[in-house]
Design a protein around this ligand. Structure first.
Ligand SMILES: [Zn+2]
Ligand SMILES: [Zn+2]
Ligand SMILES: [Zn+2]
Length: 486
């Protein structure tokens, strides 16, 4: 036994010495024999050529595989229920793994599996990071290429599916005012797709999200649709808190599902019966909005909660609330003490119920979201009572009303209306809730651009109007009225 081990070790030793000897021989031969050198060079060139051809073939195969896959892939290929999605994801991940270990020939097919796993994984960005560390770089590159194609086609498709046809408008690039250098500014605005007579309703739209003027919260105004309730008997309280009321069971249910489950201050009630009544994070946010009279932080809290709700619905809708918000114009904002406070409050109020929201609400993202809201929200006047005593909203919002503003809302399509001091449309809240109707105030032909007044145009001079438009919207209006009185 011992002997044979020695024999094996000795043999290995001999072989090793022989190999080293051969390498030395080979090397000296290479350095001295010119014919041998040329042959080596030829061999290397041939090998390089072969490798190049092989790489080209693999790339072509991969491109073809991916194109074939993308051409036939639809959203219907993916399961909708949570359990099915999880199973599907696991199956795709292991299929991808089995494929890539078989070698480059199967890289594109492996990439398709990983891409399909990403489509159903709840936190795709995290999975991408895992892929980066665990799958071959060639496969990873193909997956990333597929993702960027996805983003691109989603980007291109957006304005072909939005706004919905039945709204009678489409989005087109139009000039709006001048920039500081006197250059025309181009912006996406709304154009009518059919004609309207004066007084006709062009479209009606419910908001992505709306919020009451903070001082009206808990009074006789619906927390969901902002409707005023004339009798206290009509008020339906929240099941868990005594802070908000609703005008109907439907509004209560919708609010609960979309945002109030997350933002309800029920925790406060639970603790206030005890010795300490530390406000819950949701209550702290509510108090801040009441004190500051700022409606935007509350709107944003609801917006983010609703975004999570949209995602969990798996409704098959291609674009979620965030996709809509992301495309809206804004005037850049800088971080001030208000925003620092708001970010902190929002993280706390949403953090307990939305894991990961902490990382999502970065300073930069918060500032852009807030700026987008400030540019695009409309002041809503849903009140019936003429004597309602509400102070004007301090934050920027579009409104030409003399009636009290009862809240604010963000609308997908209405946001695209551009400003004119002599607009051809106006918005009304005919249902006395947060649903807007856009009304033609003059005859409109198909193809006409639709404008709205962002600010009141009463007895102000052109100078005053310009100053207000510039301060709020960085807009140097060049409408007919402004040009005429120049
Ligand atoms: Zn309601
Ligand atoms: Zn509640
Ligand atoms: Zn003007």
């Amino acid at each position: 036994m011992k002997n044979s081990t020695v024999v094996v070790a000795a043999t290995v030793g001999v072989l090793a010495v022989a190999a080293v000897g051969y390498a030395v021989y080979f090397d000296s031969k290479r350095q001295t024999d010119p014919e041998f050198k040329r042959k080596l060079k030829r061999d290397r060139k041939r090998a390089e050529k072969l490798a190049k051809a092989e790489a080209k073939r693999l790339t072509e195969k991969s491109t073809q595989d991916i194109e074939e896959f993308l051409a036939t892939a639809t959203e219907e290929d993916y399961p909708t229920s949570m359990e099915e999605r999880e199973q599907f994801c696991m199956a795709q991940l292991s299929a991808g793994e089995e494929l890539f270990v078989k070698g480059p020939e199967n890289y594109s097919l492996a990439a398709i599996c990983f891409y399909r796993a990403l489509k159903v994984y709840p936190a795709p960005a995290e999975l991408v990071m895992v892929f980066q560390k665990t799958i071959p770089p060639e496969v990873f590159t193909i997956v990333m290429g597929m993702l960027s194609k996805d983003v691109q086609s989603k980007e291109e498709k957006y304005y072909t599916v939005f706004p919905p046809k039945e709204m009678n408008v489409k989005v087109e690039e139009k000039p709006e005012g001048m920039d500081v250098n006197g250059q025309r500014v181009m912006r996406r605005g709304l154009v009518a797709t059919k004609g309207f007579t004066k007084g006709e309703v062009i479209f009606t739209e419910a908001p992505v999200i709306s919020s009451l003027e903070p001082s009206l919260e808990g009074k006789n105004f619906c927390h969901y649709c902002l409707k005023e309730m004339i009798s206290k008997d009509l008020m339906i309280p929240c099941n868990s808190c005594s802070v908000v009321v609703f005008c109907s069971d439907e509004c209560r249910t919708k609010a609960g599902q979309e945002f109030h489950e997350i933002l309800c201050t029920k925790n406060l009630l639970a603790t206030s019966t005890g010795a300490s009544a530390t406000p819950s994070p949701a209550q702290a946010l509510r108090e801040y909005t009441k004190d500051s009279r700022n409606v935007v932080p509350g709107l944003l809290a609801k917006f983010l909660a609703k975004m999570v709700h949209d995602e969990s619905l798996n409704s098959g809708a291609e674009y979620n609330s965030f996709d809509h918000l992301e495309r809206l114009v804004y005037v850049e904002k800088t971080l001030g003490p208000d925003e620092e406070k708001e970010i902190e409050l929002l993280k706390l109020a949403l953090g307990a119920n939305i894991p990961g929201i902490d990382q999502f609400i970065t300073e930069e993202r918060y500032l852009v979201m807030k700026a987008r809201l400030l540019y695009n929200i409309y002041g809503i006047s849903s009140a019936i009572s003429p004597s309602l005593n509400v102070k004007p909203m301090p934050e920027t919002h579009r409104s030409v009303r003399d009636r009290p503003i009862t809240g604010a809302g963000l609308y997908r399509t209405t946001s695209y209306l551009m400003h004119s001091c002599e607009p051809n449309t106006k918005i009304v809240y005919s249902g006395r809730d947060h649903t807007v109707s856009l009304i033609a105030t003059e005859t409109i032909k198909a193809g006409d651009e639709l404008q709205i007044g962002y600010i009141k145009n009463g007895k102000q001079s052109t100078e005053q109007r310009r100053l207000e438009l510039f301060t709020k919207y960085r807009l140097q209006c060049s409408c007919a009225l402004c040009e005429m009185t120049d």
